[in-house]
Design a protein. Structure first.
Length: 393
């Protein structure tokens, strides 16, 4: 793909974390590729890295279809709409493209990435910093619920890339803390969600301040009506008849949940709080997250869950879009989602990058019609949960 050498090293280390430990981070244990002499050629080592990259790109056995097709076009400076199903590496696609196009010597914001949730914007920042580790890239997440003064301080220091939510990003632009004169690329992650959920005006407000020649990249999931093709995710339902029977069913499944990491989805914040309290009263260890929680608390919960310190997370659909915790292999829809499109995003949190995943749907008598509608809409089959479901995870 013609990627820069320091980015290739970052990609390889990102795909194989042990390499980072062996090579060291940034200045602490750097060595110059030009000093590597294999067969008398200074570029052979880089060629080896490139070859390994094909095998290890961001943790995949090989670059996914969207990575193979989109990165080249974005790097060429073209406006791109990149569309792919969950778990195919969309985040790595645009992060690699953004990093490739940066001039690290220019300490100004050159790329702006907008996301629908604070957690997703923060995750994008972490991926950029990891992939750009050997580039000395500066990247900051501008998200609501955090200290405005800290945002201003970080932006004044100089950031090559800013990821963020539209409201806070626009606020920083209006305060003249985020200077847009050097921005050459705008990325909208989960673009379909952002344009459909009230972000349209905020995005336009931001766009008006960007240079006229700014490249635009839209990243989105499969369009409505596409066939569900999440390979490796087995889907089941449990008939619970009544709402009040769901809790006992979940308690019976708890031992199965803790085999791996699991996310339990509820449709409302109130239900998340209620279910979390009930589970804890029954001496089950769970954590929870929804949009009304303070940002610091949400970040702490996400950190615990990513590290594996917390194994069961109860959440609203704030967790359904784009967030990536590879260890998650079980999703439980305590409530069936309010619309069919959310179903694919929820269960797509498991079985990431070709791994195995299981989705279990709690279905009341009056939910059967909704379940069958989801089956028909996505041309998929959802069977009754077998007794040996733990063996499938």
């Amino acid at each position: 793909m013609g990627l820069r050498e320091d980015l290739l090293r970052g990609i390889y280390a990102y795909g194989r974390p042990g390499i980072r430990a062996a090579c060291g981070r940034r200045e602490s244990a750097r060595y110059e590729i030009k000093n590597q002499s294999l067969c008398g050629k200074t570029n052979v080592f880089l060629m080896c890295v490139c070859g390994l990259l094909i095998l290890c790109f961001a943790g995949f056995e090989k670059p996914s279809a969207i990575q193979q097709r989109a990165i080249k076009q974005i790097i060429k400076g073209r406006d791109v709409i990149a569309q792919s199903q969950s778990g195919t590496g969309k985040t790595a696609t645009f992060c690699v493209s953004v990093l490739q196009c940066l001039d690290i010597q220019v300490r100004e914001t050159q790329a702006l990435i907008l996301a629908p949730t604070r957690e997703l914007a923060g995750q994008i920042q972490k991926v950029l910093l990891a992939l750009g580790d050997y580039m000395n890239v500066q990247c900051h997440a501008c998200i609501g619920g955090t200290n405005v003064g800290e945002d201003i301080r970080k932006l004044d220091y100089g950031q090559h890339v800013v990821s963020g939510t539209p409201g806070r990003v626009f606020d920083m632009i209006r305060r003249r803390s985020l200077r847009t004169r050097a921005i050459k690329m705008l990325v909208l992650d989960e673009a379909d969600e952002m344009l459909n959920k009230g972000f349209k005006e905020q995005i336009y407000d931001v766009y008006r301040y960007l240079p006229p020649a700014t490249q635009v990249v839209l990243i989105k999931g499969r369009p409505s009506g596409d066939e569900l093709t999440l390979e490796g995710i087995k889907q089941f339902f449990v008939a619970v008849e009544r709402e009040e029977w769901k809790f006992d069913t979940l308690c019976d499944l708890y031992d199965t949940l803790t085999i791996t990491q699991a996310v339990i989805f509820c449709n409302t914040k109130r239900k998340v709080d209620w279910l979390t309290e009930k589970m804890r009263e029954a001496n089950f260890t769970v954590s929870s997250m929804h949009g009304d929680m303070p940002q610091k608390e949400r970040e702490s919960i996400m950190k615990e869950f990513r590290s594996g310190a917390s194994r069961v997370l109860i959440s609203t659909d704030v967790w359904a879009r784009g967030l990536d915790v590879p260890q998650v292999s079980l999703i439980i829809n305590y409530d069936l989602p309010n619309n069919r499109e959310l179903y694919i995003h929820r269960i797509g949190r498991s079985g990431r990058y070709g791994r195995k995943g299981v989705a279990i749907n709690f279905v009341k008598n009056d939910d059967i019609r909704i379940l069958r509608d989801i089956e028909q809409y996505y041309s998929t089959q959802i069977d009754e949960m077998p007794m040996n479901v733990a063996d499938l995870i």
